[in-house]
Design a protein around this ligand. Sequence first.
Ligand code: RB5
Length: 149
Amino acid sequence: MIAVGSDHGGYELKEPIIKYLMDRELEVKDFGAFDGENSVDYPDYGLAVAESIISGECKRGIIICGTGIGISIAANKVPGIRAALCTDCYMARMSREHNNANILALGSRVLGKGLALQIVETWLDTEFTGERHQKRLDKITGIEEKYIK
Ligand code: RB5
């Protein structure tokens, strides 16, 4: 299951991404927002997607706001989340191979639809390479553990 969430600023891009995922016959859980007119707060949607991954309900997530910045900052506050804000396919590939990103963050006001869908495709189809990169992820987990009260 792929979790998808956006604020009002990301709504316009969320809809074609959900269509793309469904065309690939992937299961999708849509956490909203459900329109682009009403102003909402991106941390609420970043948190909902992040928690669905930590609980095991969803395997990976895609989050979208105007820039992708706010919603990725929010999601990354949840221990165990590695949300990567990507603006091209190289970043999307690296975020999986090296960082094992479990959330892709996108900016609806930054990317055109065509590039955004290519980024999603690259991100979904790239696996974590493990090995030397795992010890670096373990260090990130160590930072989380240091500050968890
Ligand atoms: C909402 O106007 C906008 O601030 C939000 O979508 C996002 O870009 C924040 O980082």
